[in-house]
Design a protein around this ligand. Structure first.
Ligand code: AMP
Ligand code: TRP
Length: 332
């Protein structure tokens, strides 16, 4: 059976981008068609300046939202990365496989490193090695497919390179995975800055729709979205990025095609109104389920405990095999 692995970082509240680009696909198709693991990758939240209590809170919130979005613990494994030691164990072996040069070339490292420096902060070493830990997350489970938004394509490419290199040097150990992306909304853009990705840790929040935003807040944010000059509703990502983003969101929410929907919209105002209502409707059941789950924190604890136990049992033999293959002496 196909093995799927994917994850979400608890660095901020989950956004519409996370949902349309990744989580929805996990809940609607992936968990039914494959042996799937979905992980709150908390170790990855420590690569930039962080507040310990906030990371803890956001980790629980992310896990709760994954369940609210429809991940069913009877069908897939939902767990927290730091509960399974194998990720960090394998990461070190992959650090011995990767090169400094290839990590320095990662786009996210360049972007976030520059941001940190501009803010007068030092760059944590883990920001550079982060894609190696991500590769360990994926390779520890013999993963075939990694469903992610577009922004993660380069990291999955690196994961493939590391798997192939390790296998060539030390014998076949890892499955070589591939990334999968949704057909529409693989990159939802910021509503205020439609040439930048909607990212959960951005400083200005007016262009970011959070999954837990109240319906009226969602409406306000979408109605105030930056559009483009002209009046014609056309799907042209280069010339009209703001309008194209709204069409992508509307298409992803309603199941239509962005080009076809453009023809049906008479004005920018009408497009915004349709998009706002579509997002509110899509989020409604998720918000309701989130409230129910919050009323029973013991349930989440149990799900995460079972998830970690299942994940550990899957990862352990793979990581042990990698330790042997690379030349480490087995412990008695
Ligand atoms: P992150 O928030 O970086 O932990 O991302 C979790 C998942 O959501 C990854 O698969 C990302 O590719 C996806 N994702 C994050 N932001 C967006 C976005 N704006 N559009 C589409 N997918 C996204
Ligand atoms: N780097 C991913 C992101 O920023 C999160 C992530 C960490 C991940 N480990 C992963 C995604 C393994 C897929 C598979 O979104």
């Amino acid at each position: 059976m196909t093995r799927i692995f994917s994850g979400v970082k608890p660095t901020g509240h989950l956004t519409l981008g996370n949902y349309l680009g990744a989580v929805r696909q996990w809940a609607e198709t992936d968990q039914y068609r494959a042996d799937a693991l979905f992980c709150v990758v908390d170790l990855h939240a420590l690569t930039v300046e962080h507040d310990p209590a906030r990371v803890r809170r956001l980790s629980r919130q992310a896990a709760t939202l994954l369940l609210a979005a429809g991940l069913d613990p009877a069908r897939c494994t939902v767990f927290v990365q730091s509960h399974v030691d194998e990720h960090a164990r394998l990461s070190y072996l992959l650090e011995c496989t990767a090169t400094v040069g290839e990590l320095r070339r990662m786009i996210q490292y360049k972007e976030k490193g520059t941001q940190a420096q501009a803010a007068g902060q030092s760059v944590r070493l883990s920001l550079l090695t982060y894609p190696v830990l991500m590769a360990a997350d994926i390779l520890a489970y013999g993963t075939d497919e990694v469903p992610v938004g577009d922004d993660q394509a380069q990291h999955v490419e690196l994961t493939r390179d590391l798997a192939v290199r390790f296998n060539q040097r030390y014998g076949h150990t890892f499955v070589v995975p591939k990334a999968t992306h949704p057909k529409v909304a693989a990159r939802v853009m910021d509503l205020q800055e439609p040439t930048a990705k909607m990212g959960k840790s951005h400083e200005t929040t007016a262009g970011i729709v959070y999954l837990l935003d109240e319906p009226d807040v969602v409406r306000k944010k979408v109605m105030r979205a930056v559009t483009d000059s002209g009046r014609e509703v056309e799907y042209d990502r280069a010339a009209k990025p703001g309008v194209a983003n709204l069409l992508d969101v509307l298409a992803a929410c309603t199941g239509g095609e962005p080009e076809g929907l453009a023809a049906g919209c008479t004005s920018y105002g009408a497009l915004k109104k349709d998009a706002a209502e579509a997002v509110v409707e899509l989020m409604r059941p998720l918000r309701a389920r989130h409230a129910e789950l919050c009323a029973d924190p013991g349930y989440l604890d149990g799900v995460l405990r079972d998830g970690a136990a299942r994940a550990r049992a899957m990862a352990r033999p793979v990581v042990d095999a990698a330790y042997r293959a690379i030349g480490l002496l087995p412990a008695g």
